[in-house]
Each structure stands twice: as C-alpha cells, then as structure tokens.
Write a protein that binds this ligand. Structure first.
Ligand code: GLU
Length: 469
C-alpha cells in the first residue's frame, strides 16, 4: 500500500516552528517513500480559528516548499460526512445518545472520587432506551470495557493503555457538532492516511482514535509522535524565547532550506553531518530514528546553518533569494539597474553574511550613495582627513586599471607614505567616505565593484561636505 501522510494544523494562530518540524517529518516520510502528502486544516473550533491563521499556514508551507499533493481539506466543509458516520455508528451500536445532564455527570464523578476511584463516565446511558423530554443528547462512543489498546509508535515504541481507563468519549455535542477526536478519525480514515506523524501532545488521544477506527472497521494507520521543541532553557518553546512563527524567520532573513535543515536536525541525525540539501534530507530521513526526547532550540546553530546554506548557493541563486530583502531596504529596480551586477555583489558578501537581512544591509552601499546627514563614524574616522581624501582621489584617479588588486596597492602605498604602513588608517576614512560607515566588506573589492566613477564621485562629495563642516 502506498504511503500517505498528512499535516493537520489547527488555524488558531501563527504556524509554530514546532508544527513545521512535524510537517517536515511528515512531508519527508511521504517524499522518501514516493507517497502522498495531504494538508488538512482542522478548523472546527470556530471561536479560535481565523482565516488569517489559515492564510499564514498556507503561506508558510509554500515559502518552505513543503508542497502538498492533496488538499487543503477543511473540516468545516466536511460536516455532512461526520454526521453520516455518526448515524452509521448509532445504527451499529458503536455509539449511543447520552441524556445525562452536566449536573448528573458531575455528581457521578464526585461519588467516584469519594469512593477513591478515578472519575469517569460510567456508561449509564448505554442501556437507556428512552429519550428524556427537553434534553438535547450528546453522542458517546461505546468503548471497550476490558483489554488494552497498544500504540506501536515509531518513535516512542510500545505504549499501552488499559481500556478500563478510557471512558465513553463524547463524539458529538448536544448541538450536533462532532468533536475533535472524532473528526480526526473520520478524516484519517477517509483520506487513507497510512502514517500519522504528529506532535506527542496527541499521544494520549491515540488509543481513543484507534478504538473508534476499529469500531468503524477501518485499517489502523502507523503512528509516530514527534517530541516537542524546547527553548534553550529547556522550557517549552514559546514567544519569550524569540520568534516561534515561521514567517518571522522569513522576515529575519533565513533561507527556507536552512530552516528545514535546522529543524530536521532537532532530534534526528545522520552520522556527524550537519548540512543537508533538500534532496539529501529526502534521501536520508527515517522517521523511526527520530529521538523520543524533546530537543532544545539553539539560535546560534540556526544562524550557522543559514550561513552555510548561503555560502553553498550560487551567487545567482542567492541573489534571487535576496531580492525581496533589497526591496525592504528601499533598493528599487532602478537603483539595482544603475549599480553593479547583483550576483557580483552577492559573491563579495557571501562569505560573511549570516542572514539575508544582513546581506541586504551590506548590499545597500552599492546601490544607494551615503546621505550626508546619515554618515556614521565621521568623528572617529573622517574629521580632519581632508588632505587624506585629496591624496586618495589623486592616487585612485591615476590608476590605469580598476581592479581590487590595483586598488589594494594604491591604498598600501598611501598607508606607507601617510600612516606608517597602517592600512586601517587609510581604509577606515575611505570606508566612511564611500560607504557612509566604517564597516563594509573588504574595501578593495567593494570599490572595484562600485566602479571608478562612482567611487571618485563619492570621495569628492565627502571632501566637499567635510570642508563645509
Ligand atoms: N490539529 C492538531 C494540532 O494542530 C493536530 C491533530 C493531528 O495531527 O492529529 O495540534
């Protein structure tokens, strides 16, 4: 039977990074087995589900390239089907109407507690044959009384539950709406899911879902419950640890493949390897080798992995990823067209930048001349350097070829004649004049790319406003 996996998020907030890891594992398992990956939006909680959250899920999945073969299916559009299955179960006697009021159930639990028993619904409506006037009943699943339900989990191993511990679950509320565990069961059944890969916060739901599937005569899927992600302090990962929404990582300038690489490594390994391409992830991933212990999120490692992925892309490929971040820096198509070739700029910056945001900031200087009032580090590096700028102009202007090597030699000569051989004493004022601040990629390469005319124009401009202050 071909493998079918699914990702089934509830659209009640942003797409959480922990959910993305579950989605990734589920997607990888399908891709590796040549199976199909289904996306299902579990939106039955009408109060907490929003269209914005659904949109954020779809956007996040698309950004990450976690493409789905079927769906998105929406549970709110499947209500007729759930009602149909409820009716079948009532007819078959695997479900029954329960007319107990809340007070009655509460009193039952109270008595059980005083007897020292674990509170549970005692099944008294299983045999109640008549409706109660004016009471809208719930529907309960008729669960087995004895035996055990065993989850052979691919990650957690064998987990067994005593059936006597599991009481008759409500599968439809008194207003007729089906409950969460029931919808999941019908969906997994209808969608032919062979492998349920989900967060281990759902492990306790699994025996109940298995019992209902059995009552329906459905094949049981294989289960794999993925542990959660912890913050660096080993507490459950939450907002106070930083970004948890996947789209925030896009905003911060991470490459989708780098984020996936980081997530796959949380609790899974392949020898000592750290960096995986998307193809390698598909080739190597095995769901049954995921750790059952929760893993901690390490932001430094994410940055490192991102830098590694940035370095491995071709400059042209990386330039494509960079475009939206340049937009955000106010670098328009027009200024890109006037400045140096973007791939060449990327090649110069590729070794150093850890994120696309950092790279876009560093790329600014190639497309936007420094604005006089915004130049930084003037006090420290540029004041009183009018004469130096003058000599720089002369030396650079006189260069017969405009290459990084020629520019480097010119700076070196000036360092010898003006600064006791200290390159920094020349390079820093030059950086501030040309780039508007004392940090830039290697100055010779920067000027080579910027071009002779633009470099000289910027130095002249700095010289004239320096003279005026
Ligand atoms: N909708 C559930 C959640 O977002 C997932 C349920 C499942 O995967 O079975 O936690």
């Amino acid at each position: 039977m071909s493998v079918r996996t699914r990702f089934a998020p509830s659209p009640t907030g942003y797409l959480h990074i922990g959910g993305v890891r579950t989605a990734l594992y589920s997607w990888l398992h399908a891709r590796r087995q040549g199976g199909r990956f289904v996306l299902r939006i579990e939106d039955t909680d009408l109060e907490r589900s929003t269209p914005e959250a659904t949109a954020a899920i779809l956007e996040g999945m698309a950004w990450l390239g976690l493409d789905w073969d079927e769906g998105p299916f929406y549970q709110t559009q499947r209500m007729d089907r759930y009602r149909e299955v409820l009716a079948q179960m009532l007819a078959a006697g695997t479900a029954y109407y329960c007319y107990c009021s809340r007070e009655e159930v509460d009193a039952m639990r109270e008595e059980q507690r005083t007897r020292g028993e674990k509170p549970r619904y005692d099944g008294r409506c299983r045999t109640r044959s008549t409706a109660r006037e004016g009471v809208a009943p719930v529907i309960r699943f008729r669960s087995p009384d004895t035996g055990e339900t065993v989850v052979e989990d691919l990650i957690h191993g064998r987990v067994s539950f005593q059936n006597s511990e599991l009481d008759d679950l409500i599968i439809a509320r008194s207003d007729g709406t089906p409950t969460y565990n029931f919808c999941v069961v019908v969906d997994d059944w209808d969608m032919g899911i062979t492998h349920v890969i989900r967060g281990d916060d759902h492990l306790n739901n699994t025996p109940r879902q298995m019992q209902i599937l059995q009552a329906l005569g459905a094949n049981l899927p294989v289960y794999a419950h993925v542990p959660m992600i912890l913050g660096p302090d080993k507490q459950k990962l939450s907002k106070r640890h930083g970004a948890v929404s996947v789209l925030e990582y896009r905003e911060q300038g991470f490459l989708p493949d780098a984020l996936l690489n980081f997530l796959i490594r949380l609790g899974w390994s392949h020898g000592d390897e750290e960096i995986f391409s998307r193809e390698q992830m598909i080739e190597f991933f095995q769901i049954n080798t995921v750790n059952k212990a929760a893993s901690a999120f390490n932001p430094e490692k994410l940055l490192w992995i991102n830098a590694q992925h940035m370095q491995r892309l071709s400059p042209e490929g990386l330039a494509q990823h960079l475009r939206p971040y340049l937009d955000a820096q106010g670098i328009t198509e027009a200024s890109l067209a006037q400045g140096p070739d973007l791939s060449a700029v990327v090649a110069l910056l590729q070794e150093r930048a850890k994120t696309l945001v950092e790279m876009a900031e560093a790329a600014r200087i190639f497309y936007l001349a420094p604005v006089t009032g915004e130049v930084k580090d003037v006090e420290k590096h540029l004041h009183g350097q009018g004469a130096l700028l003058e000599s720089l102009l002369q030396h650079l202007e006189a260069l017969p070829v405009w290459t990084a090597a020629a520019i480097h030699s010119a700076i070196q000569e000036l360092a010898v004649s003006h600064a006791e051989g200290k390159m920094g004493k020349i390079a820093q004022p030059l950086r501030v004049a040309v780039a508007g601040r004392a940090v830039s990629p290697p100055i010779d390469g920067t000027l080579a790319l910027l071009g002779k005319a633009e470099t000289l124009a910027r130095i002249r401009h700095a010289r004239s406003w320096l003279a005026a202050v």
